[in-house]
Every structure is written in C-alpha cells, then in structure tokens.
Design a binder for this molecule. Structure first.
Ligand code: TYD
Ligand code: MG
Length: 473
C-alpha cells in the first residue's frame, strides 16, 4: 500500500514540500503552502507497475503534410498575439486578475469563431448558463452558434466534447474551478488544477481542437495560480490593465507558435472589448503638451511602434532619503538614469523626490526609453517644457553616451504619422527622417541636458513663475 505521508504544495507555483513552511523557496511567495495529500501519489500508475515501455517510431524534422490552418477569429489584436490565429491542437492559458475582462474577451472570440463556421464550446465553471447568455446579449452576440455549458467536472466536459461533431475551439473558464474524479483534493488545489489541465492538454493533442484555459491570477494563494500549469501549455497570454483605465493589454508571455513580444490593445466599453488599432493615439490623447516634465517616447511593442507620454516630477525633498516612485517603468533603470545624470551631466537630484509615470498605465520594458525619461526629468527640474512636437528614444549607457536602439525607422514612421516634426534620437542613426519629421541627433546625455537647459527660463535650475513658450520651434 502506498504511504500516505502528508505533502504540502505551493498554491502559486506548485513546488512540493514535506512539511509546512511560511515561505515558498521556489517562487518566494508567502503563505501559499497548503497541505495536499494527493501530491505524492500522483506518480503515473504505469511507472509504479514496472511495465516495460513500448518503442515509438521516430520521425524526421523534415515533416511532410501541411499543418491545418490556424483558427482566425477576425479580432485582429487577439489573432496577432496568438501568432496569426490559434493553432489547432494547441492549448493556451489566459491569465489575468479577476474582473479584468478575460471572460468577456473569450465570449467575443468564441462568437467570432462560431460566426466563421467553426464549432465552438464555451464551458463556464464560474457563471451559470443564463449569466453567460446575459453577457452575450449585452455584447450583441446572442445570435452566435456557441455551445454553452456550465460544468466543472473534467470527465463530464471531455465526454460532452467527444460527443457530436468535432469541436474546433474550446474555452474552459476557469481552470481553477475544474475538478477530476481521479484525484481527491478540492477544486482549486494544485493537484486538481494540474490534473484537469493535463486532461485538457491530452484532449487538445488528440482531437486537434484549440483549447483556451482561463486562469485567475491570485495573490493570496487561496487557489492555485496559473503558474502551476504554465509549463504544460503551448502558450501563456496575460490580460493586463488596471481599474483606473479603460484599456486592456493582451501580452504573450510564452508562445510555442508565435512571437512573445506582440501586444494586443483593447478598450473596455459598455459593449465589451473593442480593438484599439492605433494605440499611440489612445496613449497620447489628453496629453498635456507644453507642461514641463513630459516627454513623448517612441517605443516598440513587438513589431508595433507605440508612442507614449512619460511624465516626471522632480521636487525638493524634505526627507533624508528622497523618494523615488515609478509607475510603468523599471525602478532600477530610473536609478541608473539618475546616477548618469548626476555623474556625467552634473544634474544633482540627490535632494529631490522623483516621481515617474508612464501615462495611460502602459508598462515599458525597453531601455530605449532612457532618453525620454532623462528628458522628462531634466525638463521638470528646470521648468523648461520639451518641444511639443518632438519624440525621444535612445538608450543611455553608464558612460553617458546615447546608444542607438533597434527599429528606429518604425519609430520614426509612427511619429511622423502622428504629426510629430522632430525626433531626438541617437546620432549614428542612418535615418534621415520620415516625411516632414527631422531627426535631431544627440550623442551624449550631456548634449540633451544642454539642449533642455537652453530652453529653461533662467540658467539656474529653478523654475521661473512666468515663461512664455511661444518659440516652440
Ligand atoms: P469579466 O470578463 O467578467 O472579467 P474576468 O472574466 O477577467 O473576471 O469582466 C468583468 C468586468 O468587465 C466587469 O467589471 C464589467 C466589465 N464589462 C464592461 O465594462 N463592459 C461589458 O460589456 C462587459 C461584458 C463587462
Ligand atoms: Mg470570468
């Protein structure tokens, strides 16, 4: 008889321990470890029986036969993140905070695919059929031929899917509500989530259906998080956004069938999620052009250029250790830019609080934002607004040099398209500009600081009360 030693699993990452502890050493989360008697017993029966394996035929990389076409929903922002549509037989995990709009997105995707003639099944473990219907009605999608079920038992779901004509697209909302007869623990535990996910993975590979699993991101570890199944699935998408803003960003964190740096931008409206085809326009709307401390960064998200406003506020500090608060950017990167400004350009911010914000709630990961950040900081310190018709991009090195960044032509093109007249960019760019847009090269951060300071009302780093910014050229 198998030993029934209690086992403990981290509900966030699935790491297994043989005794309880407060902190998970694997993922660093606190209070996420809970007792799960089933974890140790989940070794496959075949392994325990000692049966000899059966050899399988090996195949060459040079496969023949064309793969089946991808399932294209027609929701461009979603298809692009998926790598040009969903791959048949693949399994995607869609993670995100509760209430961010995962179910809404998937109801819309299901309806769009059904409209294109695919057989689609939407299984909700969280809402009753009527609630899903109500939502579909609100989205104006009641006419779509989507098979609905409110079910949480994995075996029942598989039986349902296997009866009738083959299903091409399945949504399981959410994986944390699913449970399988084969394990004893409660739904939402690591063992249940893993087992249910495994069953769905096997179903997808066997039948060629594309399966989407919804996973709630939870911080308190009450239910197993999506990380528990990340390694099993072909793609992990996360749906991000915050309550304060209407737009949502779909990001691929892992994708075996497509790029991982593409994003899809949506706006949550009264009638569901609508695609935002030109995110730059959205991020630059309500821009406070002409105010000191803002710079427009010409960034890239995957293959797509996105212009976004970077806002800085530099204010004398009354604290011994001045505050540095960053929203939407890496705080270590800010510390580095501040250090370079201090050491190479003589801009001392040691006695100032520094606040940095990427407008609209976007998160930027690119070092190319260094130059725009530095521009915004110096602009705020000196009280000199940056030219309203300029975009900034370039990486700042520790020596104070401004380094070229990738995909400059795409950045310039986007800036020109949105009516910007100049781009402050690294010097050794071969780019002449784009249409009416001129490139103003800077080779060092000190050069940029001098440029901004020259626009300042007085040479001292003190904002003047009244300045006329008429000469914007
Ligand atoms: P939902 O898709 O239920 O989130 P999740 O599945 O990620 O938990 O989205 C819920 C939120 O979206 C809810 O706060 C209301 C909002 N919403 C709209 O603003 N417009 C709509 O048309 C719909 C359906 C939802
Ligand atoms: Mg939901």
């Amino acid at each position: 008889m198998a030993r029934r030693t209690p086992s403990f699993a981290c509900q966030s990452c699935g790491a297994v321990y043989n005794r309880w502890q407060g902190k998970c050493e694997a993922c660093g989360a606190w209070n996420t470890i809970a007792e799960e008697p089933e974890v140790a017993a989940s070794v496959p029966a075949v392994q325990r029986s000692g049966r000899k394996g059966r050899p399988v035929a090996l195949e060459s990389l040079k496969g023949q036969g064309t793969p089946p076409p991808r399932l294209v929903s027609g929701i461009g922002e979603l298809d692009r993140v998926a790598g040009g549509g969903f791959v048949p037989g693949s399994i995607v995990l869609l993670g995100g905070d509760p209430g961010i709009g995962k179910s809404t997105l998937l109801v819309q995707a299901s309806a769009a695919l059904a409209e294109r003639g695919h057989r689609v099944v939407y299984v909700s473990g969280e809402e009753a059929v009527d609630q899903v219907r109500l939502r579909a009605g609100r989205l104006g999608l009641s006419g779509a031929e989507v098979g609905l079920a409110a079910e949480t038992n994995a075996e029942n779901i598989l039986a349902t899917l296997s009866s009738g004509p083959p299903v091409r697209f399945v949504v399981i909302d959410s994986i944390q509500t699913m449970w399988s007869d084969t394990v004893e623990s409660a739904p939402g535990t690591v063992t249940q989530v893993r087992t249910s996910a495994q069953l769905m993975v096997r179903y997808a590979k066997q039948t060629g259906a594309a399966v989407i699993l919804v996973g709630h991101v939870t911080k308190d570890g009450q239910i197993a998080g999506p990380r528990v199944v990340e390694h099993m699935v072909d793609a992990v998408f996360s749906f991000e956004g915050d309550g304060a803003h209407q737009f949502r960003i779909l990001r691929a964190q892992k994708n075996r069938f497509g790029p991982t740096d593409e994003i899809g931008v949506f706006e949550m409206t009264g009638r569901g999620l609508s695609e935002v085809a030109n995110p730059s326009e959205l991020f630059l709307s309500n821009r406070d052009a002409g105010a000191p401390g803002t710079a427009v960064f010409a960034g890239m998200e995957g293959t797509r250029p996105i212009l976004v406003e970077i806002q800085a506020l530099v204010a004398p500090s009354s604290l011994g250790t001045p505050r540095r608060a960053v929203v939407g950017w890496d705080s270590n990167r800010l510390a580095m830019v501040l250090a370079v400004l201090d050491a190479r350009c003589g801009v001392r911010l040691g006695g100032h609080d520094v606040y940095l914000n990427v407008a609209g709630g976007l998160k930027i990961g690119e070092p190319a934002a260094d130059l725009a950040v530095a521009g915004a900081l110096v602009s705020s310190l000196t009280g000199a607004p940056l030219p309203a018709d300029a975009v900034y991009f370039g990486e700042v090195s520790l020596t104070g040099a401004v380094r070229p960044v990738s995909q400059a032509p795409a950045r310039l093109k986007e800036a020109a398209k949105l009516g910007f007249a100049r781009a402050v960019a690294p010097v050794p760019g071969t780019d002449k500009g784009e249409g009416a847009l001129r490139v103003e090269g800077v080779s060092s951060l000190a050069g940029l600081v001098a440029q901004v300071a020259a626009r300042a009302p007085r040479r001292a780093a003190m904002p003047a009360k009244e300045v006329s910014h008429a000469g914007e050229g």
